[in-house]
Design a protein around this ligand. Sequence first.
Ligand SMILES: NC(=O)c1ccc[n+]([C@@H]2O[C@H](COP(=O)([O-])OP(=O)(O)OC[C@H]3O[C@@H](n4cnc5c(N)ncnc54)[C@H](OP(=O)(O)O)[C@@H]3O)[C@@H](O)[C@H]2O)c1
Length: 273
Amino acid sequence: MRRADLKGKVVLVTGASAGIGAACAREAVQRGANVVLVARRAERVAALAAELGAAALGVAGDVTRDGDIARAVELARERFGGLDVLLANAGFGVSGDFVSLTLDDYRRQFETNVFGAMRSLYEALPELEKRRGAVGVVGSVNGYVSIPGWSAYCMSKHALRSFCASVRLELRERGVSVTHLAPGFVATEFRRVDNANEHHPEATDPTPSFLLLSAERAACQMLDATLARRAEAVITLHGKAAVGLARHTPGVVSLALSLGGDITRRLSKRPAH
Ligand SMILES: NC(=O)c1ccc[n+]([C@@H]2O[C@H](COP(=O)([O-])OP(=O)(O)OC[C@H]3O[C@@H](n4cnc5c(N)ncnc54)[C@H](OP(=O)(O)O)[C@@H]3O)[C@@H](O)[C@H]2O)c1
């Protein structure tokens, strides 16, 4: 399949210092875009911007902090003349059973995954409207399928999916598309990040490698879906199967999870915080 062109377009990626976000930034530059990279780890963002050259601008920023994304959008305007695509990708997973978590754990999860994506869209929208732009919001298969041991994360991704479904219809009349992107297991640092959103390079990913899609392939499909202005795209075969089963045979999924809940908890194993 021919990959959608991005020549002359400007793409802002949140969570661009690692994983899917970094892969999306590389892919966008390969397709001819200028990119603005945002994440908290300044040295990582600077290194990727240096790798990508004049087409990239790195901005150290936190989606939970007022002003950071506004500054990135302003820099996109100054340096590249505007904004065509927002990939609201920054996110992490709080894991653990409800009884072992606190309200603050749930709040922290929502601050980044939900309010961070919303803040990014609020800040980017005026520029996106000028160019009839496109937004890709990175949710998850867990925005369709809720599993034990991950209620905070699943709630945040369900909220994002619902947000996209409403706002997609609202922004259509402004010429801006909203695509809900829902990956299954992707090979990134995601399962090496603790409940406080700190990265642990020494930790191992408990996901069996045969289930993992590369971040590059995921990024390619996510960019294509966003540029095609699709309503949603589920990424990975196992993800499509899980979402299909959850939609059409929810009872079967519920039975499977009640029998195999320990598996999802095992996947929750992550560094202590
Ligand atoms: N990997 C999977 O299996 C999978 C599956 C479904 C959905 N997803 C979703 O995909 C998205 C990307 O995750 P990933 O898998 O690529 O994980 P990752 O490798 O851990 O990357 C997460 C990115 O988000 C950034 N980030 C986290 N908190 C941030 C904040 N407050 N402000 C700005 N940037 C922030 C991180 O950078 P800093 O630490 O430098 O800020 C990093 O660049 C997430 O929304 C995740 O929920 C992943």
